[in-house]
Design a protein around this ligand. Structure first.
Ligand SMILES: Cc1cc2nc3c(=O)[nH]c(=O)nc-3n(C[C@H](O)[C@H](O)[C@H](O)COP(=O)(O)OP(=O)(O)OC[C@H]3O[C@@H](n4cnc5c(N)ncnc54)[C@H](O)[C@@H]3O)c2cc1C
Ligand code: SF4
Ligand code: SF4
Ligand code: SF4
Length: 388
C-alpha cells in the first residue's frame, strides 16, 4: 500500500480517489482520524492521473483577480437566525434550487458525523445550514456534481477552500452552470476527536443518551458570543458560550486541526471559488448599520459570474460594499494559517484516556490578560523591584 502525497500537506480532498480509473485509492482514516488516500498498488496501472489532479502534488494556476467585499444580511429573519453568519449561503442555494439545480454542502448523518451530500429541494436545505467544526467526508460528491453538470443542471458546491480547489482540479475545465462557494476557513478539526467529544458530552450530560440536535453556532446568546448547544430526547440541554465549551476552546486554540491546516496552501484572495463566505467580525465598528447582533456575512465576490448572480439577489438582502482590507481585517483566517500548537502531539497521545475537559483546560490555559490576579501580582512585583 502506498501513500500519495506528504502526510503534512494532503488535505484529504478526495480528488485523487475519485479520478482514479481503477478505483484503487481508498480514503482511510489515520491514527488521528483524518482521511488519507492509500493506493492498492497491485491494482494501480500507473496512469498518473491521481498525481496530476492533486492540487498539492501539481499546483494549479491561481486566478489573478481582485475580489469585491460586502457586509450582507439575509432579510428573511428565520433563515438568518438558523444560519451561522448572515444567511447568505441560503440565498445562493435558493437561486440554484429555483432553477432546478442541485446544491452540495456539509451535513450531519444520524451519528453527527460530517459528510458532504446533495440537496435538491428547499425543505432539505436546513441540513447544510450551520458550520460543523469537523472535517467533512467528501465521498463521491465531485463525481456526482460532474455528472449533473454534464446533464445540464445548475450545481452549487460549497466547502472549505481545499475542497473547492480539489473539485476545480477534478473537473478540469470551466463549467458555465457551476457556482463554487468556499469559506473563510480557520481549519478542519479531527472527525475522531469530534466523535469522542460527542460521547463525552452524552456521558456527562445525559447518562449516555444520544443527542437529537447539535448546534455549534447557536445564536441564543447572540452572534458574536455564539454558543454550542446539545439537545437530548428527554429535554436535557447542554449549552455553553464559545469561550467556555472545551471542544470550541481546543478548536480555537488549534489543538486538533488537520496537519495541512498549519501551512494551508489555500489562503489569500486568489481563490478557486466564485464566492467566499465568512463572518464579518468587526462589522460593529466599521459599518454599524449592518450589525444587530443576529449575524452579518462577509462575502467576497471573485468572478464575473458571482457579480451577476449577486445583482439578482439584491432584493432579498441588505448589503453594503466594504474595502477588502477592512473586511478581512478582523478575520486573519482569510489570509494566514493557524499557528501550530506545540501541545498538539500531547493532546493526541492523551485525549482518549483522560477527561476531555480537564485535558483541554491544562493544554489551553487562558491568556495572561484573562487572569487579573496574576497580572496584578506581576505589576506589584515589578513596582517593588523598581522601588529598590
Ligand atoms: C471548519 C470551518 C471553519 C470556519 N472558519 C471560519 C473563520 O475562521 N472565519 C470566518 O469568518 N468564517 C469561518 N467559517 C465560515 C462560517 O462559519 C460560515 O460557515 C459562513 O460564514 C457561512 O455562513 P452562512 O450564514 O452564509 O451560511 P450557513 O447556512 O450557516 O452555511 C454553512 C456553510 O458551511 C458549510 N459547512 C459547514 N460545515 C462544513 C464543514 N465541516 N466542511 C465544509 N463545509 C462546511 C455548509 O456546506 C454551508 O455552505 C468556517 C466554517 C467552517 C465549516
Ligand atoms: S496512478 Fe492511476 S491507477 Fe494508479 S492510483 Fe493513480 S490514478 Fe489510480
Ligand atoms: S488530491 Fe487531495 S486527497 Fe488526494 S493526495 Fe492530493 S490533497 Fe490528498
Ligand atoms: S485551513 Fe486550509 S487545509 Fe485546512 S481545511 Fe481549511 S482550507 Fe483546508
Amino acid at each position: 500500500m502506498k501513500i500519495l502525497c506528504a502526510m503534512d500537506i494532503c488535505t484529504g480532498c478526495g480528488a485523487c480517489a475519485q479520478i482514479c480509473p481503477k478505483k484503487c485509492i481508498d480514503m482511510i482514516p489515520d491514527a488521528e482520524g483524518f482521511l488519507r488516500p492509500v493506493i492498492r498498488e497491485a491494482e494501480c496501472i500507473h496512469c498518473g492521473r491521481c498525481r496530476k489532479v492533486c492540487p498539492l502534488c501539481t499546483p494549479q494556476s491561481k486566478p489573478d483577480t481582485q475580489p469585491v467585499a460586502y457586509a450582507a444580511i439575509n432579510t428573511d429573519e428565520t433563515t438568518r437566525m438558523n444560519s451561522t453568519s448572515g444567511g447568505v449561503f441560503t440565498l445562493l442555494c435558493q437561486w440554484v434550487l429555483e432553477r432546478g439545480g442541485v446544491v452540495f454542502g456539509a451535513a450531519y448523518d444520524v451519528d453527527f458525523r460530517v459528510m458532504h451530500c446533495r440537496v435538491d429541494n428547499l425543505s432539505d436545505l436546513h441540513r447544510l445550514r450551520g458550520a460543523k467544526y469537523a472535517q467533512s467526508r467528501i465521498g463521491e460528491t465531485f463525481a456526482e456534481a460532474k455528472q449533473l453538470l454534464r446533464s445540464g443542471r445548475y450545481v452549487l458546491f460549497s466547502g472549505t477552500p481545499c475542497q473547492i480547489g480539489g473539485l476545480r482540479s477534478y473537473l478540469g475545465r470551466e463549467e458555465e452552470r457551476l457556482i463554487l462557494v468556499d469559506l473563510i476557513c480557520h481549519g478542519a478539526p479531527s472527525p475522531k476527536v469530534w466523535q469522542h467529544y460527542i460521547d463525552h458530552r452524552c456521558d456527562r450530560d445525559a447518562s449516555g443518551q444520544r443527542p437529537e440536535q447539535i448546534n455549534l453556532r447557536s445564536k441564543v446568546t447572540g452572534w458574536p458570543r455564539y454558543s454550542i448547544r446539545f439537545e437530548y430526547p428527554d429535554g436535557t440541554v447542554y449549552s455553553a458560550p464559545n469561550g467556555q465549551d472545551p471542544y470550541l476552546k481546543g478548536f480555537i486554540a488549534d489543538l486538533y486541526l488537520r496537519p495541512s491546516c498549519y501551512a494551508c496552501a489555500f489562503k489569500g484572495m486568489a481563490r478557486a471559488s466564485d464566492f467566499t463566505l465568512g463572518d464579518y467580525w468587526g462589522v460593529w465598528g466599521q459599518m454599524p448599520e449592518y450589525h444587530d447582533g443576529k449575524g452579518t456575512s462577509l462575502v467576497l465576490l471573485h468572478t464575473g459570474k458571482a457579480k451577476t448572480l449577486w445583482a439578482e439577489l439584491s432584493s432579498r438582502m441588505k448589503y453594503g460594499e466594504a474595502p477588502v482590507s477592512a473586511a478581512i481585517g478582523g478575520n486573519p483566517s482569510a489570509v494566514t494559517s493557524a499557528p501550530y500548537n506545540e501541545r498538539r502531539a500531547q493532546f493526541f497521545c492523551r485525549y482518549e484516556a483522560e477527561d476531555f475537559e480537564a485535558l483541554v483546560e491544562e493544554l489551553c490555559p487562558p491568556p495572561v490578560e484573562q487572569k487579573p490576579s496574576l497580572v496584578r501580582r506581576i505589576v506589584r512585583k515589578v513596582r517593588r523591584m523598581l522601588k529598590r
